[in-house]
Design a protein around this ligand. Sequence first.
Ligand code: ADP
Length: 538
Amino acid sequence: MQGLMMDYPLTIPAILHRADTIYGHKPIITRLPDKSIHRYTYSAMALRSRKLSAALQKLGILKGDRVATLSWNHYQHLETYFAVPSIGAVLHTLNLRLSPDDLSYIITHAEDKVIIVDQVLLPLYDKFKSKIKIDHLIVIPQTGQPIPEGALDYEKLISSADEKMFVPFNGDEHTAAAMCYTSGTTGNPKGVLYSHRSVVLHSMASSFADGLGLKESDTMLPVVPMFHVNAWGLPFTCTLLGTAQVLPGPYLDAVSLLDLLEKENVTITAGVPTIWLGILNELDTHPGKYKLSSLRMMVVGGAAAPRSMIVGFEERHGLNVLHAWGMTETSPVGSISFLAKELQNQPKETQYNYRAKQGLPACFVEVRGRNENGLIRWDGETMGELEVRGPWVARSYYNSTDMDDRFTEDGWFKTGDIVTIEANGYIEIKDRSKDVIKSGGEWISSVSLEGAIMGHPAVAEAAVFAIPDAKWQERPMACVVLKPGKSATHDEIIRFLEPQYTKIQLPDKIEFVTEIPKTSVGKFKKSALRELYKHMGS
Ligand code: ADP
């Protein structure tokens, strides 16, 4: 017998409709490239988005066509997030920190028809334009300079469009809505293709109280770029809930962000640990300078949040960090480290230990770990590769045959992350499988060592990676950036680590550097470090 409930499709236009009809007055605030602040409302955003939908249809964009964006976080980018899927086309956000060669590869592979580009990013576009073939270039005017010949002006397209001419797509929730390529640390970048349904379910689940806990009354500043995993889905989640949005434009340095967090009374913000390490350093250097009493939560994910950072924010500045794990392939929210009831009356130190883990799987995300002996026990000790499945987890890559080994025969996704899982379900990422240091018979977690070194009071950042070793196969080495005006020696850091690690787990070499190379999304670039320091091995 079938249930008798309505078959209401879960689509992105339904998210926009709700924001327009119920939260039309709520604000969307952007810091523009000239640093001035642009403010408008959800109803203005919804109207302009419908006009853009009409304009794209007039340009001949059909259901299934890919429309790319090369943009920072700002209100026009938000408009594309709704305008493109609302006509059944696919929003393809391009990561502006990738190399011109990677970008031209991705655009060609996705067969993008249109690229919408920030005027301030035209110098980047110019570096790969000769290698791609698209139907239309649309430029978002930002500088007052004329836009290039042959390109269309985004603002003129919107002002001349008639929103009543826009024909919505047929509303099938399984239709592709958005696409994002992984950053290609192993082989070519791979396309992940989100559906309307996956975006809606991800928005709902990630806003649960035991998810990211977003509310209508919040003001959200996503530091995480809208060109990387849809800014963790936050533009969709905030619009669904009517949450005020503060979009930082191209200014992602600690001082600019703190200024915006303070002035706009932001209550919740989200980004990768390297951003928060910079912010923590600025707060430590100027105690009391920034008034952040509105800020109730900072969501940190994309790489391991060091325990010392979580402790530092809370104990020195009264700021609450929520640690979450995810990947491009998981939309991205996969697990969230909130404190379950039985942990809430544990000593603070135990609570910090749990908050530094990657947490409990999100609702409907199933997890398991596997090593060479099969599925691992949930004992918090046995390590294995994390496999996941769920309604917002990729089941395959776009137009790719060479990556099928990332999916198991029974339909789970192999994350490439090495984890332990506790009996109570808490996941801890020990490493990425390619970063774990295989020393003798033992696996040494680079993530754990990094977190511990970053707990040293003189250390700003630390990355740990493998160098070759004739006897042990691989040994750990660390690159360390010291805080301004602070000093530490190799021996001091080793002594600091000794109580927590066995001798064999301690780094053989520590190099003090001024900067650690980062990937296009701000994570430590361990592949570059391995290459750079391989001569230090034996
Ligand atoms: P890329 O694979 O291109 O780096 P993703 O953003 O999809 O891009 O990266 C996902 C990976 O980032 C995960 O597989 C994991 O290794 C790492 N990661 C994400 N969040 C966390 C976290 N909270 N702790 C540790 N690692 C994390």
